[in-house]
Design a protein around this ligand. Structure first.
Ligand code: AMP
Length: 248
């Protein structure tokens, strides 16, 4: 079985982002970038399936600028087998990402696609769902547990009301939720080994996909600063303050 894992390069989740002075977007100068955390979970899950002997190849795909190579390399150091980088300087929106991924999946014919439920830069939560639609494959989104059977897969999904368990036929698209697993750190020997693994670079122009952004960012603002709280001496005072504020 072949597993394909799309990974996106995003601002590291530990970085406190700065808004550009002209409010036109986020300042990306000298900011640490990393693999989208949900995609790390997807890579980890693919590796666990391979370690159980149920898969023989894991292909890592990223669509983004040249340095997205490093993101692919990290996934290869964790345990991916080979990578494909679709190079573009355009900020790729979910619709374009799903269309490009569909073309690669048609070429590679994986049995399973595991990807993040959302990228933490745009918080779109759209690419997996659109990709499944383009492929005509079943989708198991927000997976917190995955069990492989012969020709199917059982997925426990984190939904608003609790957990939902569904069975899907393969091939299918799965998207990962936070509790699916805890991704491993790549060991130093594996980081060294990953340097030898193949990453094929392709230009976005080779795909017949219009990647022009359809959304225009009008303005980006920092959230308002939290004001300091106050201490009250009694429950009666608390209730009177809440009434003053119009909360109750
Ligand atoms: P989104 O719909 O943007 O929240 O992204 C959901 C998931 O789609 C991510 O966790 C990735 O697995 C995948 N994805 C989105 N954009 C890209 C990209 N440019 N390159 C590779 N994978 C992507």
């Amino acid at each position: 079985m072949k597993i394909l894992v799309p990974v996106k390069r995003v601002i590291d989740f530990n970085v406190k982002v700065r808004v550009k002075a002209d409010n036109s977007g986020i300042d990306l100068q000298n900011v640490k970038m990393s693999m989208n955390p949900f995609d790390e979970i997807a890579v980890e899950e693919a590796i666990r399936i391979k370690e159980k002997g149920a898969a023989d190849e894991i292909i890592i795909v990223s669509i983004g600028p040249g340095p997205a190579q490093e993101t692919i390399r990290t996934a290869l150091a964790m345990g991916g087998d080979r990578g494909i980088l679709v190079k573009t300087e355009v900020e790729i929106e979910p619709l374009a990402a799903a269309k490009i991924l569909k073309i690669i999946i048609d070429e590679e014919s994986p049995d399973l696609v595991i990807m993040g439920k959302q990228a933490i830069d745009d918080d779109c939560n759209q690419t997996g769902q659109m990709l499944a639609e383009f492929l005509g494959w079943p989708q198991g989104t927000f997976a917190s547990e995955i069990t492989l059977e012969d020709a199917s897969i059982t997925v426990t999904r984190e939904v608003d009301g609790g957990l939902e368990t569904i069975r899907l036929k393969r091939p299918c698209v799965l998207t990962t939720d936070l509790r699916l697993n805890e991704p491993r750190y790549a060991s130093l020997p594996n980081i060294m080994k990953a340097k030898q693994k193949e990453i094929v670079e392709r230009a976005v122009e080779d795909f017949d996909v219009d990647v022009t952004p359809r959304l225009k960012t009008l303005r980006v603002e920092e959230p308002p600063k939290r004001e300091a709280g106050i201490k009250v001496d009694s429950v009666a005072e608390l209730i009177s303050k809440l009434k003053e504020e119009g909360v109750i």
